[in-house]
Design a protein around this ligand. Structure first.
Ligand SMILES: C[S@@+](CC[C@H](N)C(=O)[O-])C[C@H]1O[C@@H](n2cnc3c(N)ncnc32)[C@H](O)[C@@H]1O
Length: 210
């Protein structure tokens, strides 16, 4: 695909195979095309790895964080379960929203919680709102432990951000969907993968959505 931007003429064009589409630069369609390209280049540059939240590195796009906040504020869950902890930034982010909303706690699951990450999460001022479970998110004992931490009648919201292969996400959806309460959500954070597998550092096996 060839994209041409003419800022003087305020036009943008997209050429693919025999087709050439011209768009006004200041339009929804042009913004979508630019955003898609921005996402691809940023992914290749590891842009989502450049942020932290209240002192912990977080591997997210700020746009996604704001959208997640909108959902959390609307649902106000009693329990947020996230698969994929990494450095703990996203757990601290959700915990900080729970603190402000005066509602909710967070359960984080990761196949490997490195000692320095565990130590930093457990030493954080928001740690009392966070429970860590170490193990594969689809291992029966881990799934059982997560279920055991949810009390009857609690509102639960689940965020899947661990291994993004189709097979693993499908298994996570199977393992945790029964916990999602009516009106709440299970969020598989894989929506952009279909656009990212073909960047230089992309991975074809995570392109297919579960
Ligand atoms: C993208 S990172 C998580 C980022 C984190 N949610 C954040 O926003 O900062 C993915 C994490 O998933 C973990 N992971 C990979 N396979 C897993 C599995 N089978 N079960 C649980 N966690 C897994 C990795 O160890 C890694 O820490």
């Amino acid at each position: 695909m060839r994209i041409t931007i003419d800022t003087k003429a305020k036009k943008m064009s997209r050429e693919e195979a025999d087709e050439r589409v011209e768009l006004p630069l200041y339009s929804k369609e042009a913004f979508e095309l630019l955003s898609q390209l921005w996402l691809k280049v940023g992914w290749n540059e590891k842009y989502p790895y450049t942020f932290s939240w209240l002192g912990r590195p977080i591997i997210q796009l700020p746009e996604d964080m704001i959208r997640t906040q909108e959902v959390l504020f609307r649902v106000k869950p009693d329990v947020i379960i996230e698969t994929g902890v990494a450095h703990g930034g996203s757990l601290i982010y959700y915990a900080s929203l729970c603190k402000v909303m005066e509602r909710g706690r967070v359960i984080g699951i990761d196949i490997e919680i490195r000692p320095h990450n565990r130590q930093a999460i457990e030493a954080h001022e928001l740690s009392r709102l966070i429970t860590l479970i170490e193990g594969s998110s689809t291992a029966p004992e881990v799934v059982e432990e997560a279920h055991s931490l949810v009390r009857p009648g609690e509102t639960v919201l689940i965020i899947l951000d661990s291994n993004h292969t189709k097979q693993h996400v499908a298994a996570e959806l199977e393992a945790y969907s029964d916990l999602v309460t009516p009106g709440s959500y299970i969020v598989a954070t894989d929506g952009s993968m279909k656009d990212l597998y073909d960047v230089p550092r992309g991975r074809r096996e995570v392109a297919a959505r579960a």
